[in-house]
Ligand binder design. Structure first.
Ligand code: SDX
Length: 435
């Protein structure tokens, strides 16, 4: 534990002479945490925190979020600066290794990643097992999980070199896996990666190129893709990252752990929200329907949510949402789309929601998913591919967090406890005696 122990928290149990003094740990920035590892031994009680909203699950140096201020730092660098000045593969190096690379370090890293971007030819036939209309996230879960069948025997997760190659393979192969999931769904031939292209340009190429004509590269779209990947790269201990950490804590194969992260990201409350936002906007249709829709959301007697709004941590604007909204305008201008009805509707919806007491009182603001679908749709991605693109970006975050956990000297298998409210002990009753 690298956090400094500064003060302690004393807890006493009412009606008993028991008390526990728990160390109060301070990190570099952010709230202090009190260390409850001795709580059960001292007081015979557990803590209760469904959804882990108030629980620090680990000591991490990778990403910091201040939800009240709308701050997001990757290894200390503000997301706004990385979005403006960096590129996705440099952010991958930063998240994995902790510092920005020198020119030489980056050159070696880029070569190391790009040379792993092909898939084993036997994995191609894996796609044929799916129906053409299979959801790309189902394909991603399966194909990434299948990589553990190709890279298992010689993969010692406790060996630093093996972890590094697994990280390279995952970061490099995800764009190929996602692009091939799309090509398979539309019945077009798979396009192989090209190592002379940048990571983002190569992804767009594999996704959009067809053998019948020259592929026209668009640097503005490649830059927008790179930005989207940077903004989705990591986000502290979110649901899918916690899934990867928990799976990895058992020593499981990292490809299987990332497949678990993909499954968790798929949910509409998490990474599946970008797809859900587009469906929501289509259902609303016109600005005239915004008010009745929001009345429905506020009615609360149904599960209608304003998708792309709200966040467990951000109680202010998600800084990524602002950056994506700006990129929306750049991409639409580049594509000559003067006014995109979806973007206009989303901006109108945002304005109305942000002036509505229901959303203001609950500190519900647009999150990263509110605008990301609009820009992805404008770039020619089908709605059901949006979460797969999120998974491509988040793989570096998942892998960096998995690596950090595996290298943590205090790493142990994750095993939460519970409060049991079921039946007290009782004896078995034979069926003949049951009424
Ligand atoms: C991502 O964790 C991460 O970092 C995730 C992520 C990442 O990069 O990994 O940032 C990516 O998953 C972004 C979130 C994408 N999901 C959505 O946009 C789906 C819509 N959002 C909600 O489902 C919700 O806001 C969550 C799931 C994101 C957060 O849920 P919480 O923290 O459990 O929120 P809550 O239930 O405590 O909300 C407090 C109140 C409740 O009302 P009351 O019971 O107090 O009356 O706000 C309401 C909620 O009902 N509320 C919403 C709402 N979100 C919360 N009401 C309407 N619409 C919403 N979107």
């Amino acid at each position: 534990m690298s956090a400094a122990v500064k003060r302690s928290v004393t807890i006493t149990l009412d009606g008993s002479n028991k008390s526990a003094s728990l160390p109060l740990l301070s990190g570099t920035i952010g709230p202090d945490v009190f260390d409850i590892r001795k709580l059960y031994a001292d007081l015979g009680v557990f803590t209760f925190d469904p959804g882990y909203g108030q629980t620090a699950s680990c000591d991490s140096k990778i990403t910091f979020i201040d939800g009240d201020e709308g701050v997001l730092l990757y290894r200390g660098y503000p997301i706004e600066q990385l979005a403006e000045k960096s590129r996705f593969l440099e952010v991958c190096y930063l998240l994995l290794n902790g510092d920005l690379p020198t020119k030489e370090e980056f050159g070696k890293f880029e070569k190391g990643v790009m040379r792993h971007n092909m898939l084993h030819e036997q994995l191609r036939s894996f796609y044929n097992g799916f129906r053409r209309d299979a959801h790309p996230m189902a394909v991603m879960c399966s194909v990434v999980g299948a990589l553990s069948a190709f890279y298992h025997d010689n993969l010692d997760v406790w060996d630093e070199g093996a972890r590094r190659i697994a990280a390279f393979r995952l970061i490099a192969k995800m764009p190929t896996i996602a692009a091939w999931a799309y090509k398979y769904s539309v019945g077009q031939p798979f396009v192989y990666p090209r190592n002379e292209l940048t990571y983002s340009a190569n992804f767009l190429y594999m996704f959009h190129a067809v053998p019948t004509e020259e592929y026209k590269f668009n640097p503005v779209l490649a830059k927008a893709m790179d930005l989207i990947l940077i903004l989705h790269a990591d986000h502290e201990q979110n649901a899918s990252t916690s899934t990867v950490r928990l799976a990895g804590s058992t020593g499981a194969n990292p490809f299987a752990c990332i497949a678990a992260g993909i499954a968790s990201l798929w949910g509409p409350a998490h990474g599946g929200a970008n797809e859900a936002v587009l469906k929501m906007l289509a259902d609303i249709g016109t600005t005239a329907n915004i008010k009745p829709f929001l009345d429905d959301v506020k009615a609360k007697d149904n599960s209608t949510k304003l998708m792309g709004f709200g966040h467990r941590v951000y109680k202010n604007y998600d800084p990524r949402a602002k950056l994506i909204q700006k990129a929306c305008h750049d991409v639409l201008n580049e594509l000559g789309i003067k006014d995109d009805p979806l973007l206009d509707l989303a901006m109108e919806l945002e304005q109305i929601a942000l002036s509505d007491p229901y959303f203001i009182e609950r500190k519900l603001y647009p999150n990263v998913d509110f605008y990301s679908g609009i820009i992805l749709k404008a770039m020619g991605f089908p709605t059901n591919m949006f979460t797969a693109l999120f998974a491509v970006a988040r793989t570096v975050g998942w892998v960096s967090q998995w690596k950090e956990m595996m290298e943590d000297p205090q790493q142990r298998i994750g095993r939460p406890r519970q409060i049991y409210t079921g039946s007290p002990r009782r004896d078995y009753v034979p069926m003949t005696e049951r009424t």
